[in-house]
Structure formats: C-alpha cells, structure tokens
Design a protein around this ligand. Structure first.
Ligand SMILES: [Zn+2]
Length: 198
C-alpha cells in the first residue's frame, strides 16, 4: 500500500504542508498496511531559525537505520513536511496498545515525527526537561493524526506514542500525556469529516 493522498489530506484540513521532492515514491521494501498512527519526537533541537533540523535524517536515515524514518515531520511552527508515502523505519516491534495489536509497527503505523529535543540525560542517568513540544506542534500533530485516522475509518484508540508501543524503552514523545492527546484527536474526529478531506 502507498499513501499518495497524504499531503492532500493534511492540506485540506488547513495544515501548512511542504512536500519533500520524491515523497510519493519514497518507502522501504516490505509490507505496509497501516491503520494506526504512531507519535514520536526526534531529539533534535529545533528553533525558529532552524525549524526542522531532522528533515535530512527523516528522508535519508542515519547509520544503521536507512530512511525514510517517518511519513510526516512536524517543524517547530507546526508545518507538516511530508516525507514518504510508503513503509518507513520508525516503529520497530510494537506491543499491543489500545486497539492496535502487537507486531511489526512499520507495517501497521503511519509515523509522525515531531522535531524537538525532549529531555537531556543527566550524569546520574535521570532525564531533565530540556525542550518541549511547541503548542503549534501539539495542535498540528493532533489534527494530522485525526485526518489520517479519518481516512482509515478508525478512532483515537488507533493513535499511540512510541513510548507506549516500544519494546526497547523509547521515551518519545516526551512531555505530553498520550491520554490527553487521544482526547484531542477524538474531539477532532467527533467534529465530523474535515472539509475537503477524502
Ligand atoms: Zn520514536
């Protein structure tokens, strides 16, 4: 499966969208039958002058993790950079959470990466708040997740955080409550089909 509708779906609900060149044909080989959304943060420090520092990594990956590594990257202003229409390396093996079963997360989930630093690890191994998700990022991520779930005909119990599904101790998305986030997505879905969405 591929998601050539992704940019249009996000744009039609009023999100700011940038399409990265080649996104419609970008993806890993292997099975891709998504019906859920997984939320991440990048652990890169974004700023108004460098709003999407992870864009290159999102497209091309990094050592030991070939790209694409998400489908949508949300910059500090809430702009959605559409990265890939096909399978991406973002989820790994997933635990059962909500309505989503255990299994290959890269098959089941659309990946939304939110570009902010999150916490810093201190000398004694604990995490200290460093950079939080911006309000614009939170709003855009909720709207984007709802738009994608609407397309799939699924409810908010199909959007999870990587920290919930991870079998390897991931902590992203840091600094938000996924329970509250799902309520936000639910409210958007309850508002009915967004105008112009397909
Ligand atoms: Zn993650």
């Amino acid at each position: 499966m591929s998601m050539p509708w992704l940019a249009r779906q996000l744009r039609n609900i009023g999100l700011a969208v940038t399409e990265t060149p080649g996104w419609t044909t970008r993806g890993r080989s292997g099975s891709f039958e998504p019906y859920g959304v997984l939320i991440h943060h990048t652990a890169a420090r974004s700023s108004p002058s460098n709003p999407a520092p992870s864009k290159n990594v999102a497209i091309n990956g990094r050592t030991n993790l070939p790209g694409p590594v998400c489908h949508v990257l949300i910059d500090i202003h809430g702009r959605c950079h559409v990265i890939a229409a096909g399978r991406a390396n973002h989820a790994g093996q997933a635990k059962k959470v909500g309505s989503m079963p255990a299994g290959d997360g890269n098959t089941m989930y659309v990946g939304i990466e939110i570009d902010y630093f999150g916490p810093a690890r201190t000398e004694n191994g604990t995490w200290q708040p460093e950079q939080k998700m911006s309000d614009n990022q939170y709003a855009a991520a909720g709207a984007a997740a709802a738009a994608i779930l609407h397309r799939f005909g699924r409810d908010e119990t199909h959007v999870n955080g990587h920290l919930e599904t991870s079998t390897t101790g991931k902590i992203d998305p840091y600094g938000i409550s996924m329970t509250n986030f799902r309520s936000h997505v639910r409210a958007r879905l309850r508002g009915g089909p967004p105008p112009g969405a397909v």
